[in-house]
Design a protein around this ligand. Sequence first.
Ligand code: F0G
Length: 464
Amino acid sequence: MSDLAFQRCINPVCRATVDLADTSFRCPKCGGLLDVAYEWDRLPVPKTLKHFESKWSNRSDPLDFSGVWRFREMFPFAPDAQIMTIGEGQTLCQRADAVAAYVGMKPGRLFLQYEGMNPSGSFKDNGMTAAFTHARMTGASRAACASTGNTSASLAIYCAATQLMRAVIFIGSGKISYGKLSQALEHGALTVQIAGDFDDALRQVQDVSRRLGIYLVNSVNPFRLEGQKTIMFRILEALRWQVPDWIVVPGGNLGNVSSFGKAFTELQELGLIDRAPRLAVVNAAGADTFFQLYDRHGLRWNAGEFDRPKLDSYMTAMDAANRRADTLASAIEINRPVNLPKALRALERCGGVVREASDQEMLDAKAKIGGGGLGCEPASAATVAGLLKLVKEGVISRDDTVACVLTGHVLKDPDATVAYHTADPAVFEAKLGKRGVKRASFANRAVQVPNDLAEIVKAIELYA
Ligand code: F0G
């Protein structure tokens, strides 16, 4: 494999390097997380970001058509012939004035980066194509993940579309929305349902993969995060290469925020941008480890010397109290985010903040996003719910330019959407009320009418 790309421990004191082909995804010296690193001095780096626009004229080449691989000079670990693409990353950055009004921002300042347009319906395909490519480079025949549903849907689709590998997915019992489960089943993944939650499943899949030599595609895999950098490149491109003031992203396993921080650091170091945007991460209030540690306990990256005992004692207390993640935003129902140190690093480099949003706040924001013309799943709406708070607090100004990443499609979790808009109190109660959601302030309820022309006409005249 190329000697121009390798893996490197993120701990600045350790900095151990690991061969590109290694698939253990842990530093052999200190057990820390790894980055994919490059010998940039020996690689052809574009002089300006505008260079990437030229790829549009070459869209008959699948690598230039992909919204991920057309930026491949920014993560050059794979020879072109090995790259596995299924046309991911054809996503949209849409100006969202109606949502801007909801959060109190000026028109023209808020953009929604809609990752639901990916082949499997979530942002995961950006990273999966990169990890899958690396898996192929290492000769893997099986790939595994633990998932709250989107990583598994993405892995299943790549395995089915390429017929190159067998997908093995671990999910917590009762913790996955039907939209996502149906994808794993439909695309033929071996689906292992564990009596536990995502945090349990992630622990198990790491051990099982090691034992059976199965390639792991969870976001502890640094190649995943290389592909996810392109979400930021596409936002910059949509904003005509102007850097926004803020990027807002939901926080689950904290892969995205880690990847975005790395993207902006590299762009700055390579002289392709002159400043980085600030990053805002929004946890679900029922799964708020990162918010607690960063915002409430003041945990910081501290140039790599972060207070590990503080982190460990928080986790120990969480386990002692048997505190489990619990939120309707099932995608981010995670209490042990595997990328936490990388996320701290990203926030230090980009001047970040962390907030939390309740299920009520996320569902209300979701309805407003939908009413503005883009459908997303509950976890994605954490962005707008968090943004509303940050504008109220004055942390984000109504004049700032902000891009919120809508990570997953509305059809991923139709149950949550229907329960919010339902006219039937029993349906609302069963799905939302008993989980603490009090009201559906922006519900669009179906109108019940008799099967009678005059009554139908009357109802339409009354409501539309
Ligand atoms: N949004 C959606 C729709 C997700 O599916 C996830 C994570 C996140 C946000 C959180 O992203 O981990 O980068 O902070 N879903 C994973 C899964 C855990 O298994 O599908 P993160």
